[in-house]
Design a protein around this ligand. Sequence first.
Ligand code: SF4
Length: 348
Amino acid sequence: MNSTNFINIGMSFPMSYRISVDRAIGITTTIPIEIVYAAGYIPIDLNNIFICDNAPDALVDFAELKGLPRNACAWIKGLYAATMKTGIKKIIGVVQGDCSNNQALIELLQTEGIETIPFSYPHNRDKDFLYHQLCLLAKTLGIDLEVAQQMKTILDKVRKTVHEIDRLTWEDDKVTGEENHIWNVSTSDLMGDYELFEKKALEFLENANDRSEMNYDIRLGYIGVPPICCDLYSFLGKLRVHVVFNEVQRQFSMPFHTQTLTEQYIRYTYPFDIFYHIKDIQKEIELRKIEGIIHYVQSFCHRQIYDRLIRKYINIPILTLDCDQPGRLSGSMRTRIEAFIEMLKKIK
Ligand code: SF4
């Protein structure tokens, strides 16, 4: 697999352009990008590079040819292949608060000559621990945390545009669940150019505000890691379903109003325990008047175990959808989704 000196970002919606690989720092999950931007680097979410590739399935094949196990999560294989394909030489690896597969991936990449900078989220949401981690990351990238704090003010303004896109989804019914997913998921790195991202998001908002309200039969919530399949939202749209909540993607946009970086990343739910996620989900079910939930689980992901607790503590109908490889929904998945939506329409 050949790498070049440039990385192609966002090959489709909402924008696409190239950035220099020398200034890029790869990330495998959401980390405090304020520190990366403030230090003059460009954060690149390798998940987005993988899934926006013209042939993500070929990237999974490439990783398997390089020896990654067939029964490892496909996102991990995609992250490995995306790193090799882009030629990125430095990544920030979350060694606590993400996933153990990711930790093994980071160690593998180290043996391929990739510099890895560790970052940890505290298991018990301890603020002092997190503050120390933020200081350490800032020091490693050669800046003082105070400079990153100033960057937070700038990025807060950019993220506000995505919060408004989210509101237009569930409150005004003018933005589709798929658009909501793409804008929210892209906030993990702000597509490597926060100024361009803000400009495009404002253009999108202007256009979306002029739309009429959508017609639909069911308001659905999507929880769990972002989907690896490409046509889930369009398929739900054909069944007259409006996805009004994308749980994890929304978390990437840092939806809570906070004053400091420590507060921001301690309130962010993704790296922390499932009970903290469930509180957020329950609140949003009520606010967004959600009638049913798709709980997406990635094959071979440890997070599948949480399905039992989600079913125990969330009291609206739930469909658990398990997907393995990138590509279209299988026939049996389509049938299960159709049956679930039919059931929701009947009990309405
Ligand atoms: S889907 Fe699960 S196993 Fe795969 S990278 Fe994400 S957290 Fe790790």
